[in-house]
Design a protein around this ligand. Sequence first.
Ligand code: SF4
Length: 333
Amino acid sequence: MAFMAYLRADSSKLSWPTGRPVELDAPLDWACSGRGWNCCVGNAIPLTPYDVVRVRHATHKTSQQMIDEGLTTFEWRGGLMTAWFAHVPFQGNKRACVFYEELTNDGVRRVREEEPERFASFPPEVQRAADRTGDYRVTALCAIHANRPEACRAFPFMLRSDWNEQPEQPAAEVVHRCGTCALKKKTTVRQVMLDNDLEQFWRPAEAWRIIKLYLVSRGLGHANDPKYRSLPLDLSTRTEIWNNCFNPDAFDVVAERFPDQWHISEDLAGDDQILRLVLTSTLDRVDALVAESGIAIEDLGLIGEPPAVRPNLDRLLDPSRPVLPVIAAAVAS
Ligand code: SF4
């Protein structure tokens, strides 16, 4: 029953960014002010299993603690379970990401008095605000900046995770109009995304997209559609299977092989191994449940859709696999 209790996200109060195609290499005048006023307020921040593995290092909490403390929340959406960062009330009727902290000059002054070490880490222009009068917005901080999720790194852009299946479409989308501040400079969407270390996130994101399709194909979705044929499982078990994909520390094999790994500030190789353990264990469990049910895979999932093939994680997570289309100009030359 506990797994059902985790279903408490309410993304209906937030905007769910929809994308408009944008050319990856078209010249762009753009910059990010780094204050999060457009991205961290009012927007739903969806998570992938890899995002969760990474964020543990920034919060120094297990994924279970993050769920128990309400930092990670879940909801069934479109027949799939999605995970989100929680939001908290912000400036009247708005909502902001739970990791977002806006600092006014009064706030900076308070940090100087109460957290001198943290104050010392602020850039000089933020420190100077502590001596100014009035109460105005100075800056905003992300408490998990070094391990923030893919959606935050790419904002206001995103890479279509199926770009290599539809190469005739632009590979990127823009989800918000921002970035025309005084700092703007000549760049491209490709450059903006590469500057945010997104390469580490794209392969796991594509793997997760394909695994979701596999779970749905094996009847693990949660849909009222009469054309959808579910695996006979109670909702709690169904919820648990999806939920655990975002809860690596719930897996015994992770706890045995990577005890307390979330204490370390960064461990990319370990994170990759943990993700593989989580996804492999999930696929194994689903395959075992389907076998136990005695139902043919052709009789599960959406009527008319052929059964999905079990995802090949070694191929999907292969670090040598390209994550972006090659630059068109380079091909032309
Ligand atoms: S995780 Fe950080 S960057 Fe992302 S929305 Fe929250 S505060 Fe903003």
